[in-house]
Design a protein around this ligand. Structure first.
Ligand SMILES: Cc1cc2nc3c(=O)[nH]c(=O)nc-3n(C[C@H](O)[C@H](O)[C@H](O)COP(=O)(O)O)c2cc1C
Length: 407
């Protein structure tokens, strides 16, 4: 995805970041850096008020571009900057500037640029919760959104004024995610994608369970990429310690615990899906019976395990002529056991299996990278070591090439 964003950025070169006069302006250099990490150049426009919170010098140094705040600093900059930019992002966006945007007021460089700009506009409001909740402001914001401006809603938390409430600017991570989605390829637009991720827990008694080492990172990467490419995504996730799934707030997230919960959610959600990707590590075994009271410590305890339902095989067998989702599964093996993955593909009657050796260096459960082989009945393609997100992109490239052709 980075490569694609970079490619498009080369064509259009830059985004404009508008910084307005709220406390959160002190975070704007981090946003510049996060956008630049995508390989996209950033040009910063500030308001006069923003200069009270962050210096133009700091933003000039991180962006490696001159920073403008006055219409008369560089004549016609509002038109020239508006022409070439991939997107206009305002972060933080004050109540004042958002209200001006919605009224067509062009009294400074940023508001004039906004009126001249024809590309996607993203705003990340940041303000006290009382201001964000103000009915006049809500109307102004709704009007702008109705005109196509993309809002990254603020988060709940401790505000600069010391109060708790919804008003904290979205994280740089969420801002970058939204930017990528807005300028993305959109080649999965409208496709309903179900991604199943993470481990399951199989309870022995109310306090103990069996689980596995799945971190949920691969599933999260798949869900994130499908969102960025315009898919309508449902992420069904077992318990993971990932800090938050909030940067994919445009996906439906269903949290489950046991293989039974996961099975129910997957069967229900896959009914209407176009693509189902099962990246979850469902426990293969569960205790034969659940013991209602906490088991006391004894010298020896024997646990009888039975196998859990094969969710992937069940989804596959439920496919009918009227609705046939494309089904991809993952085979996590220890060692180069592609033979087992091939056998799994056949046995489960699915369209694709993604083999990975979880013991390989740079692959497996908690790693940020993966090494995979995509196996379909027709072909085998290796995906060398790369970030899980880039790997997810490759997987969807292959799935799309199959969906668009005869299946
Ligand atoms: C200390 C301080 C903090 C402020 N924080 C915010 C804020 O977080 N959000 C906001 O909308 N306005 C905030 N304001 C008010 C704006 O600075 C004020 O509305 C200003 O006119 C905004 O100008 P601009 O939209 O051109 O940047 C704050 C003002 C002060 C003095």
């Amino acid at each position: 995805m980075e490569d694609k964003a970079r490619g498009r950025a080369d064509a259009a070169r830059h985004v404009v970041l508008g910084v307005t006069g709220g406390i959160a302006a002190y975070k704007s250099p981090l946003i510049v850096r996060a956008i630049k990490d995508l390989g996209i150049e950033v040009r910063v426009v500030m308001t006069e008020a923003a200069r009270q919170f962050v210096t133009p010098l700091a933003l000039e140094v991180v962006s490696e571009n001159p920073v403008l705040w006055d219409n008369f600093q560089s004549p016609l900059s509002h038109i020239n900057m508006a022409k070439g930019a991939l997107a206009l992002i305002i972060a933080p966006a004050t109540l004042n500037t958002i209200s001006k945007f919605s009224s067509g007021i062009a009294d400074n460089l940023l508001t004039t640029l906004f009126m001249a700009f024809r590309g996607p506009v993203i705003i990340a409001p940041a303000m006290n919760w009382r201001m964000y909740d103000n009915p006049i402001f809500k109307d102004r914001l709704a009007y702008l959104k109705d005109k196509g401006v993309v809002e990254i809603p603020p988060e709940m938390g401790q505000l600069a004024c010391g109060e708790q409430g919804v008003g904290r600017m979205a994280s740089a991570e969420r801002i970058v995610h939204t930017l990528r989605r807005v300028i993305g390829a959109n080649d999965m637009k409208g496709l309903r994608v179900v991604v199943v991720s993470g481990p399951t827990r199989e309870y022995i008694d109310p306090v103990r369970f069996i689980t596995n080492r799945s971190s949920g990172k691969m599933g999260l990467a798949l869900a994130r990429v499908a969102c960025l490419r315009g898919g309508v995504v449902t992420l069904i996730s077992g318990p993971t310690s990932l800090p938050s799934l909030s940067d994919i707030s445009d996906a439906e997230v269903i949290r489950v615990e046991t293989s039974g919960d996961m099975r129910r959610a997957v069967l229900e959600k896959s009914r209407e899906a176009d693509i189902v990707v099962m990246a979850a590590a469902v426990c293969d075994f569960k205790p034969e019976r659940f013991i209602e009271d906490k088991i006391s410590r004894t010298e020896r305890f024997t646990l009888d395990l039975i196998k859990t339902t094969d969710i992937l095989a069940e989804v596959s067998s439920h496919r009918n002529a009227s609705k046939t989702p494309y089904i991809a599964g993952f085979a996590a093996e220890t060692g180069d056991r592609k033979d087992r993955a091939r056998e799994k593909l056949k046995r489960k009657g699915i369209n694709m299996i993604v083999f990975n050796d979880v013991t390989a260096e740079g692959a497996g459960f908690d790693s940020d990278t993966n090494i995979m082989t995509v196996i379909t009945p027709e072909q085998e393609l290796s995906i060398p070591k790369m970030s899980k997100e880039d790997g997810a992109d490759r997987i969807f490239d292959i799935i799309l090439s199959h969906i668009k052709g005869p299946r």
